[in-house]
Design a protein around this ligand. Sequence first.
Ligand code: URA
Ligand code: SF4
Length: 215
Amino acid sequence: MATPRETNPAPEMVSEGASLEELARAAETCMACELYREATQVVFGVGPKSAPMMLIGEQPGDAEDQEGEPFVGPAGSVLAEALEEAGIRAEDVYLTNVVKHFRWKAKGKRRLHQTPATRHVRACLPWLEAELALVGPQVLVCLGAIASQALLGRSFRVTKDRGKKLAWGDHTVVATIHPSAVLRATEPDDRERLRSSLVEDLVTAQRLIGKKRRE
Ligand code: URA
Ligand code: SF4
């Protein structure tokens, strides 16, 4: 077991040639912000090493925190259905989050999601950069405001610029809504509109890698 780290070790691990597995193991001992304290475990990205598409969420939710894998809860089901409808095979994408530990506050017996603060995003970003360096996806899809703003700046608005071909450094980026926005919509019409926006933007991202697959 590696010793706990109070600064994020990811950049030096990448320059030393670490693998994704080694990064995931090192993240278990990360203490670069306080979120590790209240979370059950770190939730690192999963997916093929050479995935052409990387999907980036906000942070693990309650289910992900317990299971240790991204997008295994209700938002993950919405995402899986949207991927299928967009003709993208789930096993072809690398799934991760900008923040790797669940931020929550107690309400009775429930653990309520709390949006990560800028300091958490900043502390955790080297893990995402390391995943990007190793996976080298052709297109990144930011799911929701937190992931989009982490890469594209605080003034980025998903509502205004979703589904466009954008850039972050050398990376091609498409921003879209977060699948949990579909779950939060109370009116069926809103829910359908949001769901089809998500599918449409995933199709756009898939076209950008020029390998649109339909099963
Ligand atoms: N929401 C996210 O942004 N990421 C997850 O892994 C689960 C829910
Ligand atoms: Fe480290 Fe990220 Fe967890 Fe903070 S949220 S302790 S930076 S892995």
